[in-house]
Design a protein around this ligand. Structure first.
Ligand code: GAL
Length: 647
């Protein structure tokens, strides 16, 4: 899918944190390490505009010049994640409010509400001024908008600005209060509105708000991010042809990344494998203990595959392919997870090579030198605070050397398409029905099962029209499926697995008649659904179990999987399968292996921790296990990266 013709490394740098006398030496050492890119500027607003309207560009001019003269290419970040203190004097109501109605105050970062019109104009203004100044600078070769939308849970805001904007959004979407009342079912509990002005945000209600109201608010909040990002992209494009990038995060479902990406030239993300294992992983403690210094063997790959697709969303010339970067890569211990171990030697290198194997053009480490002050003083850099090399530096240098020796080739096309849909994530967060029903987690388990079977995956949006490039298509948990979507899925000539919890709701989160899944030709209905407490799995005849979720299917479709007590667990007609529950790890691996084999794909049963990804010329192996792993009579050492030429 992606065909990068270069692979490069970079680093995040904060010239404003260091005496100017150090910059030239820093730049020379970056170049010496083999780095190509340096990202700067994204938190520097208070140093660029110390008081409203008075600018001190001179230091940034000199920083760009110094870095550029060392041969580095600059990624210029817009500083809108850190509005300076004076901004609050101008707009005291620009802060986001949390669900309890409390302001999220100044004193860290991301203290703005996406719906605040005047702040959005400030963002447009500063992005435009930066682009005017640096848009044609020969050293500035890329842009980053803001920094990590939704970092610190900042997309959802219950401010007055959000309330007013939400009313407008609903008026536009539903046209009349009656229609909104009807689609949401507001007759229930007398929740009807006679005017959009009366509509409030779905927080601080006595018990749960209407899930349709929550879903609408989530869609609205996502649109606010798209709009905020778009004004910056437009402001930059008026003065620069350099590619525009945003740095997404891991496991974020607060906004639609495909939609934001429609305004970006390159999608990037910030990869912190050990932080994410500790902070954002539902795996059992034993698994976390095993991968404590390596990270989850599938988490990084999942996001590479998701954001590679995001990088293809902007309208591009025919045949242009998705562009993926890693804007921040963990270089050593971080500071923000509950525990922050150091990586196993070799992992800083392995993570970079895995990103390249999945189509990344560039991997930038975060950050050049560890800061001796403030919130992130415990976060490693490639250099220590005393300016001695930290362990990550040698590994980055090794990757740079290997890149120079390695031909840059594209990622081999994946034959499995896994649908990942932000709308479905919002819906199941609004109405989980089971304490552990999490859409991201469900999709991720499908992804992991593919990887354990040695299958490469593309993660794709639900509005994909043509699945004919895929031999196996997986559609867990999709909120809604109309006849056009069913038709599109049928363009896959191999097996299609839909479910669990798919195609059973209207787009406004109510139950349609006839009830779902209602797939053309499948003649099956989920008569009722149940969520299952952890100690109550439903065992399957062929091994493993359904857990968390199970649907009682009615109909006469062919039964492919059965529970031990003879209930249908998976049914099919001519390649279209419906899965009636959330399979445990073993059952899911088996079910996907069978469907893949039926689709003509080759399965490779991989030991825990060993993974591979094919490029056009090589199979690249990655060992995440903390010990030597044997596979096909070959041994892989911990943190091994092994290239096998493909014949
Ligand atoms: C990222 C963020 C960086 C820095 C880093 C620390 O989430 O973009 O600014 O805070 O985490 O790991």
């Amino acid at each position: 899918m992606t065909r990068p013709d270069t692979r490069t490394l970079g680093v995040c740098y904060y010239p404003e944190h260091w005496p100017e006398e150090m910059w030239a030496d820093d730049a020379a050492r970056m170049a010496e390490t083999g780095l190509t890119w340096v990202r700067i500027g994204e938190f520097a607003w208070s140093r660029l505009e110390p008081t409203p309207g008075s600018f001190t560009w001179d230091w940034l001019d000199r920083a760009v010049e110094t870095l550029g003269n060392a041969g580095l290419k600059v990624i210029m970040g817009t500083p809108t994640a850190t509005p300076p203190r004076w901004m609050l004097d101008k707009y005291p109501d620009m802060l986001a409010l949390d669900a309890e109605g409390r302001p999220r105050k100044f004193g860290s970062r991301r203290h703005y509400c996406f719906s605040h019109d005047a702040y959005r104009e400030e963002a447009r203004r500063i992005a435009g001024l930066m682009a005017e100044r640096y848009g044609r600078n020969p050293h500035v070769a890329a842009w980053q908008t803001d920094n990590e939308y939704d970092c610190h849970d900042t997309v959802i805001s219950y401010s007055e600005a959000a309330r007013r904007a939400f009313q407008d959004w609903c008026a536009h979407r539903y046209q009349s209060p009656d229609r909104m009342n009807y689609l949401w079912g507001n007759v229930f509990w007398s929740m009807e509105y006679d005017s959009f002005d009366r509509l409030d945000l779905p927080n601080l209600t006595v018990t749960e708000p209407n899930p349709a109201h929550v879903l609408a608010f989530r869609r609205f909040s996502s649109d606010q991010v798209v709009r905020f990002n778009r004004v910056q992209c437009d402001a930059i494009r008026a003065h620069s042809d350099a590619p525009i990038i945003h740095n997404f995060m891991g496991r974020i479902t607060a906004f639609d990344h495909y939609e934001v990406s429609k305004d970006l030239d390159i999608a990037s993300w910030d990869s912190y494998p050990l932080g994410f294992l500790m902070d954002r992983n539902d795996a059992p403690d034993a698994f976390k203990a095993r991968f404590v210094r390596q990270g989850d063997p599938d988490f990084q790959a999942f996001h590479h595959d998701l954001y590679r697709t995001c990088g293809a969303q902007r309208e591009k010339p025919a045949n242009a392919e998705g562009r993926l970067w890693i804007m921040e890569q963990q270089p050593g211990p971080v500071n923000w997870a509950p525990w922050n171990p150091a990586p196993l030697p070799g992992m800083v290198r392995l993570w970079a090579w895995e990103a390249f194997a999945h189509g990344a053009e560039t991997v930038c480490y975060f950050r050049w030198r560890q800061a001796p002050f403030a919130q992130e003083q415990m976060h490693a850099g490639l250099m220590r605070p005393d300016n001695e090399p930290a362990p990550g530096l040698a590994e980055a240098a090794q990757v740079a050397k290997e890149i120079a020796e390695m031909p840059a080739v594209g990622t081999a096309p994946a034959r499995v398409g896994l649908v990942f849909d932000y709308d479905s994530a919002y819906a199941w967060e609004a109405q989980p029905q089971g304490a552990d029903f999490d859409y991201w987690h469900l999709t991720y388990e499908f992804y992991r099962a593919c990887r354990r079977n040695g299958l490469a995956v593309d993660i794709i949006p639900a509005d994909t029209l043509d699945f004919s490039d895929y031999d196996l298509v997986l559609v867990p948990g999709l909120l809604t499926c109309d006849s056009a979507r069913w038709g599109a899925l049928r363009t896959c000539k191999g097996q299609i697995i839909v479910g669990p919890r798919a195609a059973q709701k209207t787009n406004e989160l109510s139950i349609p008649t006839p009830m779902g899944p209602n797939a053309p030709g499948l003649r099956v209905t989920a008569a009722y659904v149940e969520s299952l407490p952890p100690a109550h799995p439903i065992r399957l005849k062929d091994g493993g179990a359904m857990w968390k979720w199970f649907e009682a299917l009615e109909g006469d479709a062919e039964v492919i999987e059965q529970t031990e007590d003879d209930r249908p667990a998976m049914v099919a007609i001519g390649g279209l399968n419906y899965l009636a529950g959330w399979p445990d790890e073993d059952a899911l691996k088996r079910i996907i292996a069978r469907a893949a084999t039926q689709s003509g794909l080759v399965i490779t049963d991989l030991p825990e921790g060993l993974r591979f990804r094919d490029t056009d010329t090589h199979r690249i192996w990655f060992n995440y296990a903390p010990e030597i792993v044997t596979h096909d009579d070959r041994q892989f050492a911990p943190a091994d990266v092994v290239w096998d030429p493909l014949t």
